[in-house]
Design a protein around this ligand. Structure first.
Ligand code: NAD
Length: 479
C-alpha cells in the first residue's frame, strides 16, 4: 500500500520532518505501509488551517448546510463500505464482520449528527422587566480529537461527527497503531463538500504530535479517548491553557448474573462482551459476577462456549482476531501469568486456528475462575480477551464487588426480578447500566461516558452534540 499522508487545509502532505512510522498488520506482524511521523510543526499548521476555516467558509455555513454535508459523507462511507471494512480489518486485526459493523456505525454517526445539526438551539430566559435574555449555543471553535487504536472509525465518527455538526473545525490525532480509516474517511468528507481546513488529520506518536495538540494554545476544546494515564497527561496539558476536556477512558465492566437470570439469553452476550475486538474495548465486560447458587452451572456453560471459540487472522472472520501489537500481547501475557502465579485458575481457553501466521499477535480468549475481587486481574484493565469470574452472596455483595474498582464505565444486570433490576441499576456507579442486555461499544443514540477513573463528559447521542458547544448569554435591555 502506498505511504499514507496527513490531511491539512485540504491538502495531502508528509510530516515536516520527512520522517515516517511503520504500519504493521496485527494478523501477521508484517509492515504494509507507513504513516507520517508528525510533530509540533504539523500540529501548528493544522490548527492554523482549522482556525482559518472556522473564521472562513466553514464558519459561514448554516446548520442545515452542515447537516447535508454530513449526510452526504454518511452515504459515501456506506458506498465505500467494503473497502473501508477491509482497511479497518487489516489495520486493527479485528474480524472482518466486526470491522463491517464498525464502518456501519461510523456512517450512522455522521447520519445521526447530520440530522441533529439544525435541531440544536439555545433558549430564552425570563429575566428583569424590559430585558430579553438569550442563552445561545455556540461551537467551541477549534476542537482537538485524540483517538485510540481499538475503534478508529467508530470513535472518529462519534467525536468528529458531533464536533462538526456543532460547527467546530477539527484537528484529529489518530493513534499511531491504527489510523487508516480516519484518513480515508477525511478524504471522503472533502468529496462530500466539507470546506478545506474544517477537518485536518495529523498522524504521529502520542508523545510528539498528541502532546503538541493537547498543549496547543490555539485549540478551544479537546476530546480524548484512550487510557487513564494518557488522559491525565492530556487534561494536565490542557489545564495550562484552560481548555475544557472530555475524557473517555478505560473500564472494568461487570456482568452481574443473579440466580434467576435467563442464562440462555445472558451467556452468549457475556462471552461476546469480552471476546469482541479481542477484549480491546473500553466497555468490555471483563468481569462476570455470579450468584453462588448458579456458579457451577454458569462456569460449565461458559467453559463450553470459550472452548468453541476460534482465534485467527482478521480477514478469516473468526470469533477473535489478534491483539493490536506485540507490546499489547506481552502485557496481556504478563498480567495473566502473574495472576496464575498467585493461584488464579484458568477454567477454559479458546483455540488458535491451524495455519495462523506465526508473526500474528494472537491471544486466544481465556476464562479465569474464582478470581479474588481485589486481585490486580480483577481491578486493572487487561485490554485482552480475559474474563475474570467471581462469586457473590446476595445483592449487597454483588453491588459492592461491581463498584469495587477504580472504574465506572458500563455494567449489566441479569435478573428476571423487576424490582431488583432497577434497584441494582440505581446503585451501580457507571455511566451506562444495561438490564438483561449489553451494548459494549454500540448505541450511537445513547449518552456514553464514565464515572470515577473512566472519565468525564459525555459523547454519543444529543448529549455529545451539546458537549461540543458552549453557552453564550446575550442580555438586551430594551425598556
Ligand atoms: P493511549 O492512551 O495509549 O492512546 C490514545 C491516544 O492518545 C493515541 O492517539 C495516542 O497516540 C495518544 N497519546 C499517547 N500519549 C499521549 C500524550 N502524552 N499526549 C497526547 N496524546 C497522547 O490509549 P490506547 O492504548 O490507544 O487505547 C486503549 C485505551 O483507551 C484503553 O484504556 C481503553 O479503555 C481506552 N478507550 C476508552 C474508550 C471510551 O470511550 N471510554 C474507547 C476506546 C478506548
Amino acid at each position: 500500500m502506498e505511504p499514507q499522508l496527513n490531511l491539512i487545509a485540504g491538502e495531502r502532505c508528509a510530516a515536516t520532518s520527512g520522517r515516517t512510522l511503520d504500519v504493521l498488520d496485527p494478523s501477521d506482524g508484517e509492515v504494509f505501509t507507513t504513516l507520517p511521523r508528525s510533530d509540533a510543526r504539523d500540529i501548528d499548521a493544522a490548527v492554523a488551517a482549522a482556525r482559518a476555516a472556522f473564521h472562513g467558509a466553514w464558519g459561514r455555513t448554516t446548520a442545515t448546510e452542515r447537516g447535508r454535508i454530513m449526510m452526504r459523507l454518511s452515504a459515501l462511507i456506506l458506498q465505500h463500505h467494503t473497502a473501508l471494512s477491509e482497511l479497518e480489518c487489516r489495520d486493527t486485526g479485528k474480524p472482518i464482520q466486526q470491522a463491517q459493523a464498525d464502518i456501519m456505525a461510523c456512517a450512522r454517526y455522521f447520519e445521526y449528527y447530520g440530522g441533529a445539526a439544525d435541531k440544536l438551539h439555545g433558549e430564552m430566559i425570563p429575566y428583569a422587566q424590559g430585558t430579553t435574555v438569550m442563552a445561545v449555543r455556540v461551537p467551541h471553535g477549534v476542537t482537538g480529537h485524540i483517538i485510540p487504536w481499538n475503534y478508529p472509525a467508530q470513535i472518529f465518527g462519534r467525536s468528529v461527527g458531533g464536533a462538526l455538526a456543532a460547527g467546530n473545525a477539527c484537528v484529529v490525532k489518530p493513534a499511531e497503531d491504527a489510523c487508516l480509516t480516519p484518513l480515508r474517511i477525511a478524504a471522503l468528507a472533502l468529496e462530500a463538500g466539507l470546506p478545506a481546513g474544517a477537518l485536518n488529520i495529523v498522524c504521529g506518536l502520542g508523545i510528539e504530535a498528541g502532546a503538541a495538540l493537547a498543549s496547543h494554545t490555539g485549540i478551544n476544546h479537546i476530546s480524548f479517548t484512550g487510557s487513564p494515564q494518557t488522559g491525565t497527561a492530556v487534561a494536565q496539558a490542557a489545564a495550562v491553557n484552560h481548555v475544557p476536556v472530555t475524557l473517555e477512558l478505560g473500564g472494568k465492566s461487570p456482568q452481574i448474573l443473579f440466580a434467576d437470570a435467563d442464562l440462555e439469553q445472558a451467556l452468549p452476550v457475556v462471552v461476546n462482551a469480552i471476546v469482541q475486538n479481542a477484549g480491546q474495548t473500553c466497555a468490555a465486560g471483563s468481569r462476570v459476577l455470579i450468584d453462588r447458587a448458579i456458579h457451577a452451572q454458569v462456569m460449565a456453560q461458559l467453559k463450553e462456549r470459550f472452548e468453541a471459540l476460534s482465534t485467527g487472522p482478521g480477514l478469516q472472520g473468526l470469533d477473535c482476531g489478534p491483539l493490536i501489537n506485540r507490546k499489547q500481547l506481552e502485557r496481556v501475557q504478563t498480567m495473566v501469568e502473574a495472576a496464575r502465579g498467585d493461584g488464579v485458575r484458568v477454567a477454559a481457553r479458546a483455540r488458535l486456528v491451524g495455519g495462523a501466521p506465526s508473526g500474528g499477535f494472537f491471544f486466544p480468549p481465556m476464562l479465569l475462575d474464582d478470581v479474588p475481587p481485589a486481585h490486580t486481574i480483577a481491578q486493572s484493565e487487561v485490554f485482552g480477551p480475559v474474563l475474570a469470574a467471581m462469586t457473590f452472596d446476595g445483592e449487597d455483595e454483588a453491588v459492592d464487588i461491581a463498584n469495587g474498582t477504580p472504574f465506572g464505565l458500563t455494567a449489566a444486570v441479569w435478573t428476571r426480578d423487576g424490582a431488583r433490576q432497577l434497584r441494582v441499576a440505581h446503585r451501580i456507579e457507571a455511566g451506562q447500566v444495561f438490564i438483561n442486555n449489553y451494548g459494549a461499544g454500540g448505541g450511537i443514540e445513547l449518552p456514553f461516558g464514565g464515572m470515577k477513573h473512566s472519565g468525564y463528559g459525555r459523547e454519543k447521542a444529543f448529549e455529545g452534540l451539546r458537549g461540543f458547544t458552549t453557552i453564550k448569554t446575550i442580555a438586551i435591555k430594551h425598556g
